[in-house]
Design a protein around this ligand. Structure first.
Ligand SMILES: C[S@@+](CC[C@H](N)C(=O)[O-])C[C@H]1O[C@@H](n2cnc3c(N)ncnc32)[C@H](O)[C@@H]1O
Length: 263
């Protein structure tokens, strides 16, 4: 088993509300996206040093989008991306429990995880190393980045390359002025549709019911996705709960799960 330490999550706010987007709000979402507004950590194109691989990440399964030309890491990742391995991407892996479990259960796949908290990403690299050393069987290649997935995916992953996206317990960003940081928006759903292969899956979970409803509204409005179908989640199989999900289980909090298939 993966080492487990109880999380210090608080319940947090639950009073999330949303309304169908007006044409003006939709246009604003595309304008924000185009301008790089709301990217966690700011726009890497304007951030000094974001094209350099940090020393601590060299020769580890770590990448920064603008440093992919650095062949020390970039070439290895590129070879995996060019391979026929089915690709699963998790956005916001947090402590990484779900993804590490996935790597152990599905060694034939390729896993990519995004987590904008650099400290959490570095801890994940340690956990990957320790788990690889402890396992007798090889793990699936598991690459992580502390880039905002919205910035990275269009630059790293070819159209139709992803078999499954996992977006598990993303931050709802409650306040109106923080909405621009929220992962799910019309251009983000466009991006998922572009990256997913036909028949590919978007696997989403939240403990904030109304955020789940907003995601369902946004995804089902998109012509590339079929409506939520719980049976589609069967292809995930047995999987470890994320850190947040473990907290929900311990505190008897409900979790809402959605699965949308790319047409
Ligand atoms: C509420 S936490 C959930 C973590 C984990 N999935 C779990 O269930 O325990 C959401 C995580 O997503 C990360 N995150 C938020 N926006 C992101 C983005 N645009 N790209 C990558 N990671 C992101 C945050 O740093 C945070 O760690």
């Amino acid at each position: 088993m993966l080492p487990y330490a109880p999380a210090a999550f608080s319940q947090g706010r639950m009073d999330f509300s949303w309304e169908a987007l007006t044409a003006a709000e939709r246009a604003q979402a595309y304008a924000d996206w185009k301008a790089g507004r709301g990217l966690i950590g700011g726009d890497p194109l304007r951030r000094p040093g974001s094209h350099l691989l940090p020393g601590w990440g060299i020769d580890l399964p770590f990448f920064r989008t603008l440093a992919l030309a650095d062949t020390r890491n970039g070439a290895t990742l590129q070879a995996f991306l060019d391979s026929a391995r089915p690709l699963e991407v998790e956005i916001g892996f947090g402590r990484g429990d779900f993804l590490l479990d996935r790597a152990r259960r599905h060694p034939e796949r390729l896993l990519v995880g995004y987590e904008t908290k650099t400290k959490a990403t570095r801890l994940m690299l340690d956990r990957i190393e320790r788990l690889s050393a402890a396992e007798t069987l090889p793990l699936a290649p598991l690459w992580v980045s502390d880039d905002d997935a919205r910035f990275s995916l269009p630059r790293v992953v070819a159209a139709g390359r992803v078999a499954i996206f996992h977006v598990l317990f993303p931050d709802p960003w409650w306040k109106n002025e923080h909405k621009v940081r929220r992962l799910f928006s019309p251009p983000f759903v466009d991006l998922l549709a572009t990256c997913l292969q036909a028949g590919g899956l978007l696997h989403f979970k939240s403990d904030v019911q109304a955020y789940g409803e907003l995601v369902r509204y946004l995804v089902e409005q998109h012509p590339a996705f079929s409506p939520h179908n719980p049976a589609a989640a069967e292809q995930i199989g047995t999987a470890a709960p994320t850190h947040r999900e473990q907290w929900c289980q311990r505190h008897g909090k409900p979790v809402w799960t959605y699965s949308f298939t790319r047409r």
